[in-house]
Design a protein around this ligand. Structure first.
Ligand code: PLP
Length: 384
């Protein structure tokens, strides 16, 4: 059996999305900046996708910009808003994605900002009192806190963070790469200034993302050389990708209730099977608590063993794709900065499993059985 449980890294393209994209790779080619009919048709397709995304996120099309990735969107939000407004302080957490941590660290090193770290507890829960303290004691602040953590699935309360930012006059950026397309998000109501998504996390194509910039929020372009995206991002638009992003988000919202229930069922099943088959298994962060974590992610450690540093490779040999940390760190032997921040002993063999609508209960059973054998748990724990 060939099992893909790394959907937080990337998801399979939905066939409906591919159908929507294909014409724009064939006869409907055209550069949206060209004035001829092919160009005009491409432009219409981009604007149609923008309108679709805006409607689904309950914002204005003028507040939606397409990018080449979630990484680019986060860079644009951070570099762009620090360059455009008089931000001196940025508040973030140590468990953000590197697409947030690295630009912020560069800005800090260049003396552009002072960085402040909101405390997280051993479960990865944000300490909201500490966030309020940091907001109270600093001025001209940008807050950058993700919606769902990509390694442990913890969900931050965007409404609560946004309300605190409003009280203290801070700009709020959220990396919502793991939740746009998986949660219903209404950015008209949520007090968020900047939010970032990425199509390939919700069965859209790789290499295309989006950024929501609330009207009135100052952001300078970070890519110059063209007037595309209303002067906010130079470079010819990835038309088939943008069409695919729009279609993927439409499908994600259309089927969200059903898919959420199904995927949560798979995750619950895996938790239950792991607890039954492997004594001493642990779950990281809040990933085993349905209300507090994203339904697509489960972070697991097996009981301590010398062989667990090879766990993901051993799973790979059994044709199971999962990851240690985020896609960018797996295989690089640096371990996970998120698990490290939570004080987790990574020699226990931490694995992130992430699910999609294409996974099945049979696949979960197969993976749990492989884990049981790798953990050395006796077969009597095997209940089927
Ligand atoms: N932010 C988070 C939370 C992610 O999980 C990822 C990808 O894993 C990114 C940003 C980067 O997105 P992309 O792969 O589209 O650059």
């Amino acid at each position: 059996m060939d099992v893909y449980l790394d959907n937080a890294a990337t998801t399979a393209l939905d066939p409906e999305v591919l159908e929507a994209m294909l014409p724009y790779m064939r006869a409907l080619c055209g550069n949206p900046s060209s004035i001829h009919s092919h160009g005009r048709r491409a432009k219409v397709a981009v604007e149609k996708a923008r309108k679709c995304v805006a409607t689904l996120l309950n914002v204005s099309p003028a507040e939606v910009f397409f990018t080449a990735s979630g990484t680019e969107g986060n860079n644009m939000a951070l570099w762009g808003s620090v360059a455009a407004s008089s931000i001196d302080h940025v508040i973030t957490s140590s468990i953000e994605h590197h697409a947030v941590l690295q630009p912020l660290e560069k800005m800090r090193q260049a003396g552009q900002i002072q960085l402040h770290w909101v405390r997280v507890d051993a479960q990865g829960n944000l300490q909201y009192d500490h966030l309020e303290y940091l907001l109270k004691t600093n001025e001209r602040v940008l807050v950058s806190l993700m919606h769902a953590n990509n390694e442990i699935g913890n969900l931050n309360d965007l409404a609560r963070i946004g309300a605190l930012c409003q009280t203290y006059g801070a700009i709020f950026h959220t990396d919502a790469v793991q939740t746009i397309g998986h949660c219903m998000l209404d950015f008209q109501t949520l007090p968020v200034h900047l939010a970032v998504g990425s199509a390939h996390k919700f069965h859209g194509p790789q290499g295309v993302g989006l950024i929501y910039i609330r009207s009135g929020t100052q952001v300078s372009p970070i890519i110059d050389g063209g007037a595309q995206e209303r002067n906010m991002r130079g470079g010819t638009e990835h038309v088939p990708g943008i069409v695919g992003l729009g279609k993927a988000l439409e499908i994600a919202h259309r089927d969200m209730q059903r898919d959420h229930q199904y995927i949560q069922g798979l995750k619950d099943h895996m938790i239950q099977r792991l607890q039954t088959c492997i004594p001493g298994v642990v779950f990281h962060g809040t990933s085993a608590h349905a209300e507090a974590s994203l339904y697509t992610i489960l972070s697991v450690s097996l009981p301590p063993s010398d062989s667990h540093d090879m766990l993901v490779f051993n799973l790979d040999i059994q044709k199971i794709s999962a990851s240690v940390g985020s896609a960018c760190t797996s295989g690089s032997h640096v371990g996970s900065h998120v698990l490290q921040a939570l004080g987790i002993d990574q020699r226990r063999g931490a694995v992130r499993f992430s699910f999609s609508k294409y996974n099945t209960a049979e696949e979960i059973d197969y993976v749990v059985e492989q884990l049981r054998m790798l953990s050395g748990a006796p077969a009597q724990y095997k209940s089927r």
